[in-house]
Design a protein around this ligand. Structure first.
Ligand code: XBP
Ligand code: MG
Length: 254
């Protein structure tokens, strides 16, 4: 079988973590630091143009809060704020309120049954990835993924391809033998930049993004009793299909 592995993005792809997870955690960290920054869901849509929490805080100050008097040790200030945000995010994950998106567990299970290798390539921090996996799939699910490529492990975050290239290097696989799953334009630029065919599952923050380079655009991965919506089949014949499975994945790679 030419298809050897799935490489998953996390935020927006495995679970809808942004609005009810990361955004809440950012605002809790700002409040704890005594800052009167409170990012609205609308502002966060603009801020999501920049991946990486530390980079996003800098972007916010550059574009949306230019009057803030930056402290001397600004790098440490941002790093400290982001560390606090990550602690709040992990607490939110432990509360278990953010479920996996439709079809994710089903596809992961099918992939493991047929011997496909699994990897993660995400801009968020490793601690956030394991917190999400623990809260949704249990501790043992961390071992399902041969590679968890996350956050600052690479010099440049998405849309740079670095994180996907890192995952491919660790897998020792050519991109042609893998399929990537993403939710955003930044993520798609990163995966296609690494030579990967890519399935997009959109969400509220990304539905208007440009997915020209994608191989398939879906509402989500679907379930037998909760069919997906095909947003753009990119010329593929998906007649009679109600959910994304390994067989469709193999067609995309063939
Ligand atoms: C999404 C991101 C991350 C999260 C916030 O990552 O861009 O920055 O929004 O997490 P992906 P951090 O879609 O690649 O999973 O604050 O840990 O960066
Ligand atoms: Mg994403």
């Amino acid at each position: 079988m030419s298809l050897q592995a799935f490489i998953f993005d996390v935020d927006g792809t495995l679970a809808d973590t942004e609005k009810d997870g990361h955004l809440v955690a950012f605002n809790l960290a700002f409040e704890k630091a005594g800052l009167n920054w409170n990012w609205s869901a609308e502002l966060y849509q603009d801020l999501l143009a920049v991946t990486g929490g530390k980079e996003r805080i800098r972007y916010y100050l550059e574009k949306f809060n230019t009057t803030f008097n930056k402290p001397d040790n600004f790098d440490d200030f941002v790093a400290g704020l982001h560390k606090s945000k990550t602690e709040f995010y992990m607490q939110l994950m432990e509360e278990g309120k953010i479920p996996l998106r439709p079809g994710v567990l089903r596809l992961l299970t099918e992939a493991r049954e047929v011997g496909l290798r699994l990897a993660i390539a995400t801009t968020t921090t490793p601690a956030n990835v394991t917190a999400l996996l623990k809260s949704t799939l249990g501790e043992e699910s961390i071992d399902w993924f041969e590679v968890i490529a996350a956050g600052d492990i690479v010099p440049a975050k998405k849309p740079a391809p670095d994180i996907f290239l890192y995952a491919l290097e660790k897998l020792k696989l050519e991109p042609e033998k893998c399929l990537a799953f993403e939710d955003s334009d930044n993520g798609l630029k990163a995966s296609t930049g690494a030579g990967l065919k890519t399935v997009i599952t959109i969400n509220g923050y990304t539905e208007e993004h440009d997915f020209s380079g994608a191989d398939l655009v879906l509402s989500d991965l679907g379930e037998p009793d909760e069919p997906f919506k095909i947003i753009d089949k990119k010329g593929k014949d998906l007649s009679g299909q109600n959910y994304f499975d390994v067989q469709i994945a193999q067609q995309l790679i063939a």
